[in-house]
Design a protein around this ligand. Structure first.
Ligand code: PLP
Length: 359
């Protein structure tokens, strides 16, 4: 067996101990004689599993009692429609466009109401977060929408926008559980789990209770109503049971390792190793405005597309895989999520230093 250093933006690296536990429990989950994959979601063993997952997530994030935790399917992209269908009571919402994922959510919302783009960083290839201290928030906006960590462009909101009293809805797919968060500042936090928590397909929504109502867009399918999932403990139908089980293991891994405060400290140290090198290198440089840099996704370039491609190839051969940047940014992107060990980033920087000396 040989594991690589996997810098994929998603699906992405998971803690090795979690994968090992899952492997150990594959044929016989705790004396049930079956895999979690083969188990009724109505069984006692599974109910314990999902209950513990929710309780552990609540502990990790300090989720207040007046917020529901929903485990749903369809990935983050399904939420691009569910959010307006459920939350656009006045049929107006304000979107801040900081990249492709925010843009997709905004475009989807336009099908259901008036979705306004109140700020954007498209003018500089989304390499920064716009000033959100005094935006023209609509008087009757049902919510203000952001993508908090921009996976493709490597930017992160280090300060939440001034929503002027409107509920904030945030896509945290690529920074989920990477740092402590004050849930009470949001109407809704959601994310697909395949970046930082578990297998693709599962999406977790954390929603303030008063936002979960029957007053949804007419024609909203049963499965796309938050109330359906909230009223049934995320078990209206068969949930993505195996995926939730893996998420639960990652929650326990985080709790064992000191929770989100420790995780943030680790992530800061880890990212600094790479950013400090990029800031001193003559060959490579980061593409994001310093103050808006993500701790999770680090895009960088040499400035020469051919050289970029050569570097990616050499890195792959050396066991540093999935470093090719998104086609809209070019160059490279190192995604260094929670489960990427410090040694992985140190080894990558060591490789880059050596490479720089050769060219
Ligand atoms: C990956 C990603 C998505 C899309 O997730 P899917 O589960 O593939 O729908 C949405 N938003 C952000 C920020 C992402 O990183």
């Amino acid at each position: 067996m040989s594991r690589v250093y996997n810098f994929s933006a998603g699906p992405a690296v998971l803690p090795e101990s979690v994968l090992q536990e899952a492997a150990d429990e594959m044929l016989d989950y705790r004396g049930t004689g079956m895999s979690v994959m083969e188990m009724s979601h109505r069984s006692k063993a599974y109910q314990t599993n999902i209950d513990e997952a929710e309780a552990d997530l609540r502990t990790l994030m300090g989720i207040p009692d007046n917020y529901k935790v929903l485990f749903m399917q369809g990935g983050a992209s399904q939420q691009f429609a569910m959010i307006p269908m459920n939350l656009m009571k006045n049929k107006v919402a304000d979107y801040i466009i900081t990249g492709q994922w925010a843009k997709k959510a905004w475009q989807e919302a336009q099908m259901y109401g008036q979705a306004n783009a109140v700020a954007s960083s498209a003018d500089k290839t989304f390499s920064y977060i716009p000033d959100c201290s005094d935006l023209p928030i609509s008087e009757n906006a049902d919510y203000v929408y952001i993508c908090e960590n921009n996976t493709i462009y490597g930017t992160k909101y280090w300060q939440l926008p001034n929503t002027k009293g409107k509920d904030l809805v945030s896509d945290v797919s690529s920074c989920f559980l990477s740092e402590p968060v004050d849930v009470s500042k949001y109407g809704m936090i959601y994310g697909g789990v395949q970046k930082n928590i578990g297998p693709a397909g599962v999406v977790i929504g954390i929603i303030r209770e008063d936002l979960i109502t029957e007053d949804v867009l007419p024609g909203t399918p049963t499965m796309l109503r938050y109330k359906t999932h909230a009223d049934n403990g995320s078990m209206y139908n068969t949930p993505p049971a195996y995926g939730i089980y893996i998420c639960g293991k990652v929650f326990k891994w985080l709790l064992r390792n000191g929770g989100l405060t420790e995780m943030k400290a680790y992530n800061e140290k880890k990212a600094a190793i790479l950013y400090d090198y990029l800031d001193s290198s003559k060959l490579f440089h980061g593409t994001v405005v310093k103050k808006d840099r993500s701790l999770m996704n680090v895009p960088f370039v040499t400035g020469d597309a051919e050289l970029d491609a050569k570097f990616v190839k050499a890195a792959t051969e050396a066991g540093f895989v999935n470093l090719k940047g998104h086609r809209t940014v070019g160059g490279m992107r190192a995604s260094i999520y929670n489960a990427m060990p410090m040694e992985g980033v140190k080894a990558l920087v060591g490789f880059m230093e050596k490479y720089e000396k050769q060219v």
